[in-house]
Ligand binder design. Structure first.
Ligand code: OXD
Ligand code: MN
Length: 588
């Protein structure tokens, strides 16, 4: 008998679900409607199976803990593939598999993989409901944890099916947790088919297919073809005391403080200033009818890094995760409260660690995994922008690129023009973090913070960025920041967090042509006195060190950029290499 559902009559959808169910052979197929009653039912089921552990419901209403398999705690870049028809289309920075080989290999893994399990059909929308720019995805998954997370992170359920109606235009995502064996773990993208197959991991970035897989990898590919940009950027709005609002989008690599920046509280000196969050991780940027670049956050929740989140680093995040939140791989107190390294207050004497083992204060092991996470609804955010559901998004006045660099890159710098801004983004580098498996603290090039998320050849992605200049009559100004520069004592020079507002103010004033700057070889930097330091205890020499440009460091930097560019061969846009050469010759 053909598959039916009381939620949809879409033949393309039903036919595909039937085909995938025949492959995976689940015991049952459940279409998700995204209702509260469904969330309750699935949560109760997850609790009964030990997949979710109820937290202290007085302290954490509606919130649960999930412990993943200890071998499955981060994105697996070495097991993530872009399966375009040719290897060149994926480029040298992506792992590539021929589509036919990938389908064959994964078919073998998916075959019978859901026996004894339920296949959840999770319809979702990335972007505001009803917007012509939003994208619809259907994720088939055997994981109730993934289903519940998708319910927080996306506009999930019946509204997505209603929006899809009878159309065949939706992303086809197939996910199975399998036996969580890293030897049988593959995250494969087929951008030309608008398809994602993910096997063997239950971790966020590998398994919540709307996020990195659709909104960034497939999104960037669609963006190139359709003339827009899918970027690893937060979006925030700043309102000055006169009520003027300015929106900026900022790209930082994973676990470099995007969520903190997006939810920032300005320091006391900025009385009357307000910051609003539009998004904390992903921005879809399109040219508006007015010729400006407009940004939409395709997500509906935050999948943030828990360690280091506290009332100083991010009070708004602490409020956002106060209820209806799923915590993954954090530690828990005897009283059923969550705990992680860097949380406010005393370190408890005893905890249960992220693996469920007893933990004692002073232990050399971390109690929470460094990449432990919270999944929280954006609606909980006290400073959520009123425009998050606006189909047009918000107009962007400044784009900011930032990496985690102990040296070389100054606190802030403005590009001379669009092409130079693209050059700054394309040469971004950062010290690696726990968000992906592998060594942490190693400097690697991470252009536009998109290295792990570009669904096609990065050289073509640079060309697309350069081409966008012609499409945007009133482009945003482009900046580079580095909150992470260290002094000779190994300590951070800039206090960061809320004080980043001081740098942001200069950026906004520059975007509106309201403040001057000093020209250097590498870009415009603030003159002494431009960054408002009132109320901040910081010696002027320290600020000088944070903003200093060291010719020797830059020589090394420019040479290492060449190695990065060279790997793209003939495909690399000449413009960017010419800018690099020009800087080098002026430096010499
Ligand atoms: C994320 C990441 O989870 O970038 O946002 O890894
Ligand atoms: Mn991210």
């Amino acid at each position: 008998m053909p598959l039916t559902s009381n939620l949809t009559t879409n033949k393309h959808l039903l036919g595909w679900v039937e085909e995938m169910a025949a492959l995976c052979q689940p015991d049952s197929v459940v279409f998700c409607d995204g209702s509260e009653a469904e969330t309750k039912r699935l949560t109760e089921y997850a609790v009964s199976k030990g997949i979710l552990i109820p937290l202290n419901q007085e302290k954490h209403p509606g919130s649960y803990l999930h412990r993943s398999n200890p071998n499955d705690v981060a994105r697996v870049e070495h097991l993530t593939f872009i399966c375009t028809p040719t290897k060149d289309e994926a480029g040298p920075t992506n792992n590539w598999m021929a589509p036919a080989d990938a389908y064959l290999k994964l078919r073998g893994l998916f075959e019978g993989s859901m026996k004894g399990r339920t296949m959840y059909v999770v319809p979702y929308v990335m972007g505001p409901l009803g917007s012509e720019h939003s994208k619809i995805g259907i994720e088939l998954t055997d994981s109730v944890y993934v289903t519940l997370n998708m319910g927080i992170m996306t506009r999930m359920g019946k509204p997505a099916l209603d929006m899809l109606a009878d159309s065949n235009e939706f992303n086809r995502g197939l996910h199975c947790t399998g036996d969580v064996n890293p030897e049988r773990r593959y995250i494969c993208h087929f951008p030309q088919d608008n398809t994602i197959w993910s096997f063997g991991s239950g971790y966020g970035g590998n398994a919540l297919l709307g996020k990195k897989c659709l909104a960034l990898r497939i999104g960037s590919y669609l963006g190139r073809d359709e003339g827009w940009l899918a970027e690893h950027m937060l979006i925030l709005g700043v309102e000055d005391p006169d009520g003027n609002k300015t929106y900026v989008a900022a790209a930082f690599p994973s676990a470099c403080g995007k969520t903190n920046f997006a939810m920032m509280i300005p320091p006391k000196r900025f009385a009357g200033w307000r910051v609003y969050t539009v998004g904390d991780d992903i921005a879809w940027l399109r040219v508006g009818e007015d010729g400006r670049l407009w940004a939409v956050n395709p997500e509906a929740g935050y999948f943030g890094v828990a360690p280091g989140t506290n009332m100083k680093s991010n009070p708004n995040a602490m409020k956002t995760i106060a209820k209806n939140t799923i915590f993954t791989n954090v530690a828990v107190t005897k009283n059923g409260e969550v705990w992680w390294e860097g949380l406010d207050g005393e370190v408890p004497e005893e905890l249960t660690d992220w693996k469920g083992q007893p933990w004692k204060k002073g232990s050399t092991e971390k109690a929470a995994h460094p990449n432990s996470r919270f999944t929280a609804p954006a609606a909980n955010n006290p400073i959520l922008s009123a425009h998050v559901n606006d189909p047009r998004g918000v107009p962007i006045s400044a784009v900011i690129f930032g990496g985690r660099r102990s040296n070389t890159i100054p606190l802030v710098m403005q590009s001379f023009n669009w092409a130079h801004g693209v050059y700054l983004g394309s040469t971004m580098a950062s010290e690696t973090t726990a968000a992906a498996t592998g060594a942490t603290g190693v400097v690697r090039r991470d252009p536009m913070a998109m290295l792990p998320f570009t669904g096609y050849n990065v050289a073509d992605y640079f060309a697309h960025w350069l081409k966008m200049q012609k499409a945007v009559p009133y482009p945003p100004k482009i900046f580079m920041v580095n909150w992470f520069r260290k002094g000779t004592d190994g300590k951070f020079l800039w206090p960061g967090y809320g004080d980043n507002m001081r740098v942001l103010k200069w950026i906004i004033d520059r975007a509106h042509g309201k403040v001057g700057a000093q020209e250097t070889l590498f870009g415009w930097v603030p003159k002494q006195g431009h960054i408002d330091l009132s109320g901040l205890e910081i010696a002027p020499e320290i600020v000088d060190a944070a903003t200093h440009i060291d010719d020797n460091e830059w020589k090394i930097e420019l040479e290492s950029q060449k190695t990065f560019f060279d790997q793209f061969g003939e495909r690399m846009p000449r413009t960017l290499e010419l800018i690099r050469q020009q800087l080098l010759s002026r430096l010499s």
